[in-house]
Ligand binder design. Structure first.
Ligand code: NAD
Length: 386
């Protein structure tokens, strides 16, 4: 039955980028879910598949073009879409790329930069049904529900990178050796737009609290970051605000994750902390993310291309499916559909079904399923939902 369509349009263009490794396997399940959403809500998702990452490097090289991880046609399609749904890029095949040669992750950095995606959003929930799948004690993670807001286009990853060889005195015992430099830099506006988004998000959450993470005792970038946070915080008296040093935060995330609601931080710290926080959910295979800017947004799982299990049909598709839910919520304003997917995932987990990465020693063998069966279970639960 077609439900009331709260989407503002009846057709949305989605640029689909399966990428490398397990990407195509988990993307297939996400697209099957999306197709059911379309049927249920009377919306057409016009999905167009394009290359990114290692697959794009191979294809452009085979076509006699300059190898690139982000072909022009992919970027053009992405910009013309309402949303980009990406899986993951990378793998050992491309790890040996020499300096100056194309690398899969360049595709990711370039598409984020080209789409102006300056903010990454990663919700992390401790699923009650997966409490034992985490390496952390259930009583520690119980009730944890946080939103990590990470700056995405500034800082160390986008500053100048340089490696020099044969620099006098850079080697052992005063000999010549290599010397490398990576520049961390931020402008005030880059910090403010992310921090403001974090306060807006916090003001709509049950726990109105922002924890800003920095290294203000050492870094100039962090001292400026803190100043901006305090200025913006004054505009949100209803939101509790505190600063936390990144090293302390790394510890607090595993010691007492329930204290956090919205956590906002710069690019590199956010990269590391969000992977650490993923353990609260039991597996990287559970975490979706959204990258937002002023134009087309991009949705992707937080994990990589998992080359160690690629092609085996055992990858967990839930993070990719939950990325679809985020896409529906943030790019299509289909909140009810997004909620329904998330409830379907909850129901599947509550039924005991597990992919290998979230299975426990006590999980019965007949409850451990592959990628396709997990995708089908979510579709069945979605269809069964009111
Ligand atoms: P990874 O996230 O790919 O894998 C880490 C571990 O988690 C592996 O054991 C893997 O099997 C497991 N895992 C990840 N996703 C899973 C899923 N959906 N289901 C079940 N298990 C899952 O990280 P890595 O091994 O450090 O990197 C592998 C490749 O991915 C590298 O080339 C790296 O550069 C790339 N990478 C890409 C992205 C991205 O595309 N956003 C992010 C991180 C790493």
């Amino acid at each position: 039955m077609t439900e009331t369509n709260e989407a503002t349009r009846t057709t949305y263009r989605v640029c689909v980028l399966p990428g490398d490794g397990i990407g195509p396997e988990i993307m297939a399940e996400a697209l099957r879910v999306l197709e059911h959403v379309g049927e249920a809500y009377g919306v057409r998702f016009a999905c167009e598949e394009h290359l990114i990452g290692g697959a794009a490097i191979d294809a452009t090289r085979a076509a006699g073009r300059t190898p690139t991880a982000l072909p022009e046609e992919t970027l053009t399609a992405a910009k013309a879409s309402d949303a980009v749904l990406l899986a993951a890029v990378g793998g050992p095949k491309w790890d040996g790329a020499k300096l100056g040669e194309a690398r899969p992750e360049q595709g990711l950095l370039a598409i984020r930069k080209s789409l102006g995606l300056y903010l990454n959003l990663r919700p992390v929930r401790a699923y009650a049904a997966l409490a034992n799948a985490s390496t952390l004690k259930p009583e520690v993670i119980s009730g944890a529900d946080l939103l990590i807001v990470r700056e995405l286009t500034g800082g160390l990853y986008f500053g100048a990178h340089e490696t020099q060889a044969d620099v006098p005195g850079a080697g052992a015992n005063g000999a010549a050796g290599m010397h490398a430099t990576d520049v961390m830099e931020y402008s005030e506006y880059e910090v403010e737009r992310v921090v403001r988004w974090a306060f807006e998000a916090a003001s709509r959450r049950a726990v109105r609290k922002v924890t800003s993470v920095d290294k203000a005792n050492v870094l100039s970038c962090s001292r400026m970051w803190r100043e901006v946070v305090h200025r913006v915080a004054a505009e949100y008296p209803q939101v509790e605000c505190s600063d936390m040093l990144v090293d302390n935060c790394a510890m607090q995330l595993v010691a007492n994750p329930g204290q956090f609601s919205v956590l906002v931080t710069e690019n590199t710290f956010g990269d590391i902390l969000s992977d650490e926080a993923s353990m609260l959910s039991g597996s990287l295979g559970m975490l979706a993310s959204a990258s937002l800017g002023d134009g087309t947004a991009l949705y992707e799982p937080s994990h990589g291309s998992a080359p160690d299990i690629a092609g085996q049909g055992v990858a967990n598709p839930l993070a990719q499916i939950l990325s679809v839910a985020m896409m529906l919520r943030y790019s299509m304003h289909m909140d009810a559909a997004a909620d329904r997917i998330e409830r379907a995932v909850d129901a599947v987990l509550a039924s005991g079904l597990r992919t290998r990465d979230i299975a426990e020693p006590a999980t019965p063998a007949d409850k451990i399923v592959g990628t396709r069966a997990m995708g089908q279970a979510v579709i069945d639960a979605f269809e069964a939902a009111e």
